[in-house]
Each structure stands twice: as structure tokens, then as C-alpha cells.
Design a protein around this ligand. Structure first.
Ligand code: SF4
Length: 385
């Protein structure tokens, strides 16, 4: 891929523009083949996600190396409960989205093109990976907005992370075409995929996208890749909280993906275009969890509410608590690597000899400033020597 240095000859170099992959030309337009929307862009036009643009007859990504912010989070916040519990994750996102969720909880960065002017934190893939090492993070997560739309930036960063022994995590809605899907997930170690409902009507009306490509991504990740997969389902009152629909979704997960994929039911809070919808009653989450376990799923959690018994992990064989969670804090830990300490049952996931101790902290960081200050410290030390 080539770094584009200016929009047109003679113009000032523009940071953040990079020739995109996965597009073709048709009838004088550039057609993006990254997600099933297949936006056809005229000269100067933007895609639905507003971070992919037709510039001089080429598709470019306009947020390469530009972020809305970096934070160190606990891995449980992604949420991933079976991927090196207790470890810290350098998390970041950019701008835009290829879905149009009416309930978006990050609409400040996903839905307004104005955010492109506020992408203050500039960071190359090398800088991000290096900062993650210096900060002692176990993984880097592509999150906050859907990394599918900035796949080129995420892939380059993931490669830099792997060169330094870091793990990589994608938090995504999984609305992506097959060819880029392989390129994207080939460099991810874990993913949390948001399965937003189980009705095509819901997907069309509330997310302006479609269900089947997401189901296809889930099947592909589980059966064709080595990515560790967990699923999140946000339950919204009067939208996707029908218990029959939830039952069908859980039965589909069990049949198509197996009983070991962790499922997180998450509580909705009023936001964006759904301010008049009430928060999810905890009882709905409890019922959904019961339904999922009746369907045969081994690891079912609830999130966005404080409920340690339903946030914790239990052995599917002997029923003993193996990982106690209080929000993102770990308590009891009764795993011997991937095995239950009580009965020896194998527990699905990736577990180190000991859990991490990052806890509930959320620490904003600026990788560029961090690396600059380290360089100046080094120069100072050499000068003093
Ligand atoms: S990634 Fe963006 S530009 Fe490409 S098809 Fe999807 S919404 Fe359109």
C-alpha cells in the first residue's frame, strides 16, 4: 500500500490518508468491497462509514494513523472473559462506522463527520505496539468504533504487535466481506463479535445492516480461523428482547458454533436515537442467561450491571466457581491453566499460569507523548553519562 501524501498535486500533505485495499471501479465510480454495503463513491465522495473516500479515482482510508484516543483497560471490559483474565489491554479506536445503530453508545465518534477534525492523537502502528510494550500491556485492542472500516490500520498495527510478542483483539459487529475478513482476522488472536439480535427486521430497522453476513462471520471465525471468539448481545427493551428470539439465537449458537463460545448479555442504557427507551431490566438479563444455559451453552455472562454471581465463570462439569468477577476485579481463581482445579475439566479459552492483576482501572494514554518522553529521558541519560 502506498502512503498518499496529498489529496491533489500541489496541495499540502494530508496526514491520515492511505490507499485502501478491497475496491474496484465501475461506471466511473469507486466501489468499496470491504463491507457488504459496497458503497459506490463518486469523485470526492465518502462511504457510509465516512472514513473511506474516493480521492482522484482511488479509494483511500482517511484515518490511517489517527485515533480518537487510547486507554489501558482490563481485558474483561472488551468483554473477553476467557482470554488471559485480569490482563491489561491498550485499546484505541478512530472514527466512523459501517452500521447505523439507533442505540449507538459511541455516536460521538461513529456518527459525525466533524470528528475527523478532532482526531488529535496521531500514532503509527509501530508507535502503538512500542507503547503497549513499554506500558506492560498484554494485548492491543481495536475497539471503540468498528475496526473493520479501518482494517488497513488495524492489520498493520496487529503485525507490529505480533513482532513484539503482544496479543491482538478485535471488537466488531462482524459486518465484513469474505476476502477482507480473512486478511483482518488472520492477524487477530481474539474477537468479541456483537450479535445485535436474531431477526433480519431488527438488523434492518435498528442497525441499518443485515443479519446473515454477521452469522457468516461468526461461523467462519469459529470454524475457519484460530481466533478466540466471544459474543455480546445487547438486549434492548421492546426491540430485541423477545424471549423466543433470544432462545432461537442461543439454539443457533449452540448448533452452529458449539457450547464453548462465551456469550455476554449486556444491558442497554438510553442513548443516541433511543433516549425514550428504558434501560434493560435486570430480570430480562437473568431470563436470557437461563435460556442460554438451557440451550446448552457452557459460559453465559451478564454485563453493564453489577451482579458478581452472573459475571463469574463456573466449571460446566462440577459446577464449582472457577473465576470470580466483581465488575472487572478478579477474586477466586481456581484454574490450572485450562483445567478446573476441582475435577480437571478442560475450560475453553486462553489462560496463563496465573491471572493478571490489572483490576478495574481505566487509564488514558498518549503513545506519541510517552515515546517522546522516553526518548528525551534516554538522551538525558546519555548526555549525563
Ligand atoms: S467499509 Fe465503509 S465505504 Fe466500504 S462499503 Fe462499508 S460503509 Fe461503505
Amino acid at each position: 500500500m502506498n502512503q498518499i501524501e496529498s489529496v491533489r498535486p500541489g496541495e499540502k500533505p494530508v496526514a491520515g490518508l492511505k490507499t485502501a485495499n478491497w475496491w474496484h471501479k465501475r461506471n466511473g465510480r469507486v466501489v468499496c468491497d470491504l463491507c457488504p454495503r459496497h458503497c459506490a463513491l463518486k469523485e470526492g465522495g465518502y462511504g457510509f462509514c465516512f472514513v473511506r473516500q474516493n480521492v482522484d479515482g482511488q479509494l483511500v482510508l482517511n484515518t490511517y494513523g489517527r485515533s480518537t484516543g487510547f486507554c489501558i483497560d482490563p481485558v474483561e471490559k472488551k468483554p473477553l472473559n476467557h482470554f488471559f483474565p485480569g490482563t491489561s489491554v491498550l485499546s484505541f479506536g478512530t472514527a466512523g462506522c459501517n452500521l447505523g445503530c439507533k442505540f449507538c453508545q459511541a455516536w460521538g465518534i461513529t456518527k459525525s463527520k466533524k470528528v475527523l477534525d478532532r482526531l488529535s492523537q496521531q500514532a503509527t502502528p509501530e508507535m502503538i505496539a512500542e507503547a503497549a510494550v513499554q506500558l506492560g500491556c498484554h494485548s492491543v485492542a481495536f475497539t471503540y468504533n468498528d475496526p473493520v472500516i479501518w482494517a488497513e490500520y488495524a492489520i498493520d498495527t496487529a503485525n507490529e504487535c505480533h513482532e513484539r510478542g503482544l496479543k491482538t483483539i478485535a471488537v466488531t459487529a462482524g459486518f465484513i466481506c469474505p476476502e477482507p475478513r480473512k486478511a483482518f482476522f488472520d492477524v487477530m488472536d481474539a474477537a468479541n463479535v456483537d450479535l445485535k439480535g436474531f431477526m433480519e427486521d431488527f438488523y434492518q430497522h435498528f442497525t441499518l445492516s443485515h443479519l446473515e453476513p454477521v452469522l457468516d462471520t461468526l461461523r467462519w471465525i469459529k470454524h475457519e480461523s484460530s481466533v478466540w471468539l466471544e459474543i455480546t448481545n445487547l438486549i434492548i427493551p421492546n426491540a430485541n428482547d423477545d424471549l423466543g428470539e433470544i432462545r432461537r439465537m442461543c439454539q443457533w449458537i449452540h448448533k452452529e458454533l458449539g457450547d464453548d463460545v462465551p456469550l455476554h448479555f449486556s444491558a442497554f442504557h438510553p442513548d443516541y436515537h433511543m433516549m425514550d427507551t428504558p434501560p434493560t431490566p435486570p430480570e430480562t438479563l437473568f431470563q436470557a442467561r437461563d435460556i442460554a444455559m438451557e440451550a446448552g451453552l457452557n459460559y453465559v455472562y451478564i454485563g453493564n450491571v453489577f451482579d458478581p454471581p452472573r459475571e463469574s465463570t463456573y466449571c460446566p462439569n462440577c459446577g464449582k466457581m472457577l473465576i470470580e468477577r466483581r465488575c472487572y476485579d478478579l477474586g477466586v481463581y481456581e484454574l490450572d491453566r485450562n483445567h478446573c482445579r476441582f475435577c480437571g475439566q478442560t475450560i475453553a479459552g486462553h489462560f496463563a499460569e496465573r491471572p493478571g492483576h490489572w483490576g478495574t482501572r481505566r487509564e488514558p494514554v498518549d503513545p506519541a507523548a510517552l515515546l517522546r518522553s522516553m526518548e528525551s529521558d534516554q538522551r538525558g541519560a546519555i548526555g549525563a553519562g
